[in-house]
Design a protein. Structure first.
Length: 181
């Protein structure tokens, strides 16, 4: 039995010695292989409907210099510095100032933009259907306290107009008006 015990001890020693030189090695990761199935492509989505871009309030521009065909006027329809207050339907408010011989500034112009298309015009008295000049056609969107710079044509002579109006030609309705003082 002693020899059998020695034999087992010797076998264990050999096993132990053979295992000490071993260390754990990571298992290699297999490299990806080409597959016969193609990569799926995204399906076509319907193109979105174009949303209209709202137009913005026109930015004020400088009064143009007179051309050779249009000389600068020596006078305008009323005194420079005269003011007209606008207040009326569709929330219209604003202060119109004759700022120069060819310029009217409307400060704090507000309009809800609803209703048929309207314009800003100069008239004599209450003759709204026969304007002396149409200064601006308003776009149908809200205006909130904006500054409008309007060009007075040189054809507008002294005394030819005394009122500024926001007028709807389609219905003949005066949304707001003010007399210059």
């Amino acid at each position: 039995m002693a020899s059998f015990t020695r034999l087992i001890a010797l076998a264990l020693a050999i096993c132990m010695l053979s295992l000490t030189g071993c260390s754990s090695q990571p298992t290699p990761t297999p490299l990806p292989t080409a597959t016969a199935t193609p990569t799926p492509q995204p399906s076509a989505t319907p193109s979105p409907t174009a949303t209209p871009i709202p137009s913005s309030t026109p930015k004020p521009t400088a009064t143009p210099f007179p051309t050779r065909s249009e000389k600068a006027p020596g006078e305008t329809f009323t005194k420079v510095g005269n003011v007209a207050q606008l207040k009326g339907e569709h929330g219209i408010t604003g202060k119109a100032v004759v700022a120069g011989l060819q310029t009217i500034i409307i400060q704090g112009f507000t309009f809800d933009g609803k209703g048929p298309r309207a314009d800003i015009r100069l008239v004599k008295g209450r003759d709204y259907q026969n304007p002396v000049a149409i200064l601006l056609e308003l776009e149908q969107h809200p205006y909130e306290g904006v500054l409008l710079l309007l060009h007075i044509p040189s054809s507008v002579k002294p005394g030819s107009a005394d009122t500024i109006a926001v007028y709807c030609p389609e219905t003949g309705q005066v949304y707001a008006s003010g007399t210059f003082h």
